[in-house]
Design a protein around this ligand. Structure first.
Ligand SMILES: NC(=O)c1ccc[n+]([C@@H]2O[C@H](COP(=O)([O-])OP(=O)(O)OC[C@H]3O[C@@H](n4cnc5c(N)ncnc54)[C@H](O)[C@@H]3O)[C@@H](O)[C@H]2O)c1
Ligand SMILES: [Zn+2]
Length: 370
């Protein structure tokens, strides 16, 4: 028997037009990382990019595991936090890779949350005109969202994610045990994006979130694995059908994001975590759906309870409604002058609408801010 053969199997594959890749999501995966990479044909030096928090909690385990798979690794750690996702950090990484004589057949590894995934993916897409990279998402939001789909970017002072590329990873490997060191608020923020996948496309997934909140917030291993895998798979299926946001399907992932982004912007990105703002935004989008005679009040109550049970906010009483409206108008001016609202017909059925009455939007924003 081959003792080095990994016992962990892929959860699913993403068959996107530009590339196909496997996604693994298991408890205890990091210990098998070296063996999995070896069997997936990874060779040469692995250049790990991580942030200070993630590296101190999981770095040693990753290096030990890579050694077990006979893989040499080098590490560059950056400060945790969104400010690090910049061209200046990308430049430091290019210089580091050049000084290490990183080659086209080398592999970059993003070990961290979405900030690290986006930054590493961007550097991988551009260094030597593109080298392979692997996503090891360690936050829940990176697992169910950022690590899958190939959107890579850095921020400019004039806006977030303004410079980037579509560039798919070679593999996505999530160890659900890493969620145990994630701060509780970050975990809740990730649940918002995971629950969103059920709300927009999969009522059964939503019911699983509804029925299992105690087990999930306590990260019960089997439950967490199956439900997080399902949520990741929905993202993967959307990416397969609309890799570069051309058919409109990928737009459904923006459920709750129009008002969510406005809330983040009016509070200077300092009050809400992204998933918290999206949670309030999903309530607002649900209220708009109810006002337009689409969604039932019963369904809205049902998912309001679910978001509350996962520790997420469902209103924002301290925010001035006019500032939220202004932020939405600004966004509208910057983009193509019409807002594409994502609405629900029922739980699990979403669609895009650009014909929401301004009055309904104003009343809804007043409602969530009261
Ligand atoms: N590419 C995409 O499709 C996509 C989608 C959504 C979000 N994003 C991007 O992702 C970023 C947000 O990602 P995020 O929410 O993961 O934020 P993040 O990467 O900043 O991580 C949040 C915090 O959790 C810490 N952390 C992460 N994993 C940990 C762990 N296992 N243990 C302890 N601490 C841990 C980080 O150090 C950080 O302090 C943003 O830059 C956003 O633009 C990209
Ligand atoms: Zn989001």
């Amino acid at each position: 028997m081959d003792t080095n053969k990994p016992s962990i199997k892929p959860a699913f594959s993403v068959d996107a037009p530009s590339s196909q890749y496997l996604v693994y999501a298991e408890n205890g995966l990091l210990d098998e990382l070296g063996n999995i990479l070896k069997t997936q044909g990874v060779d040469g030096t692995v250049y790990i990019i991580s942030d200070s928090n993630v590296w101190s909690s999981h770095g040693e385990q990753v290096v030990t595991s890579l050694n077990r798979g006979d893989l040499e690794s080098k590490v560059f750690t950056v400060d945790a936090g969104e400010a690090t996702k910049s061209l200046s950090t990308a430049n430091q990484l290019y210089e580091w890779l050049a000084s290490e004589r990183c080659e086209r057949k080398s592999t970059l590894m993003a070990l961290g949350g979405g900030m690290i995934g986006d930054l590493t993916g961007f550097v991988a897409a551009t260094f030597l005109r593109g080298i392979p990279f692997i996503q090891i998402p360690t936050s829940l939001s990176a697992m169910v969202d950022a690590s899958i789909g190939g959107k890579t970017a850095v921020n400019l002072s004039s806006g977030k994610n303004l410079v980037g590329a579509f560039y798919q990873p070679k593999l996505v490997l999530a160890d659900l045990n890493t969620l145990r060191t994630l701060p509780t608020r970050e975990l809740a923020s990730g649940w918002a994006e995971a629950i969103k996948h059920g709300l927009i496309l999969d009522s059964n997934l939503f019911y699983m979130f509804e029925e299992n909140h105690n087990g999930l917030i306590n990260l019960e291993p089997d439950l967490t694995r199956s439900i997080v895998q399902r949520s990741m798979e929905i993202k993967g299926k959307i990416v397969e059908q609309d890799e570069k946001e051309t058919t409109g399907l990928r737009m459904l992932l923006n459920y709750g994001h129009t008002i969510g982004h406005a809330l983040e912007s009016v509070t200077n990105y300092s009050s809400f975590l992204h998933g918290e703002a999206v949670s309030v935004g999903m309530i607002a989008a649900g209220k708009i759906s109810v006002s337009m005679g689409l969604l039932s009040n019963k369904d809205l109550d049902r998912y309001t309870n679910v978001l509350t049970n996962y520790g997420l906010p469902t209103s924002c009483p301290s925010i001035d409604p006019d500032s939220v409206l202004n932020a939405i108008q600004m966004d509208k001016k910057v983009k193509d002058k019409k807002i594409n609202w994502i609405l629900l017909r029922e739980i699990g059925h979403s669609f895009v609408s650009s014909t929401v009455d301004d009055r309904v939007v104003q009343d809804t924003i007043k409602d969530i801010c009261s």
